[in-house]
Design a protein around this ligand. Structure first.
Ligand SMILES: [Zn+2]
Ligand SMILES: [Zn+2]
Length: 177
């Protein structure tokens, strides 16, 4: 769970964006953002719907999907790339990275300054203007790799919380689509 401070900050951000772009701050938009901002587990759209349907009477799954996409467009939410088919959503739009478990599909944040400050080569392929990037590190979480208590079981030297399997770099473009 995140702090109420974070949730309030996100709500103010949404209020400001709605005002400056002349769009209505609907109950649905506010509730979807609040539900997402409260958690750190990078839920799928369906999981956000499950959280919101008890709060907003009569809200449909389609509405929640649409609202999530609108929040991504506004820049107040990011979609997390997952090797699995379903997109995950994150209210934290500050550059950070993700550890994705290939066993249970859990997505955890990774805030490592070394990863966030990479000196990337200039990517000027086809005029692509890079704006931001994030890394997706796939592997197996402690529970899935059998490392239920990493402080006791150190076999194979797997004392990292996530056993590294693959590393992908995702870049986001600067020009609106
Ligand atoms: Zn796992
Ligand atoms: Zn995240």
């Amino acid at each position: 769970m995140r702090t109420t401070e974070f949730i309030e900050k996100k709500t103010r951000e949404l209020e400001g964006l709605c005002r400056s772009q002349g769009i209505a701050l609907t109950v649905q938009r506010r509730s979807v953002l609040e539900a997402l901002a409260a958690r750190t587990d990078h839920p799928t759209a369906d999981q956000v719907y499950d959280a919101v349907k008890g709060v907003v009477k009569g809200v449909s799954r389609t509405t929640v999907y649409r609202v999530l996409e609108a929040l991504v467009q506004l820049g107040v939410v990011v979609k997390v790339s997952s090797p699995r088919a379903r997109a995950r959503f994150d209210a934290n739009v500050v550059r950070h990275h993700h550890l994705v478990c290939l066993g249970c599909d859990a997505v955890a944040d990774c805030h490592d300054e070394r990863l966030s400050g990479l000196d990337l080569p200039r990517i000027d392929q086809d005029g692509f203007a890079m704006k931001d990037y994030s890394l997706t590190i796939t592997g197996y979480c402690a529970a899935c790799s059998g490392n239920k208590d990493p402080s006791i079981t150190h076999k194979g030297g797997k004392d990292e919380e996530m056993a590294l399997h693959d590393l992908r770099l995702h870049t986001r473009g600067g020009a609106p689509s």
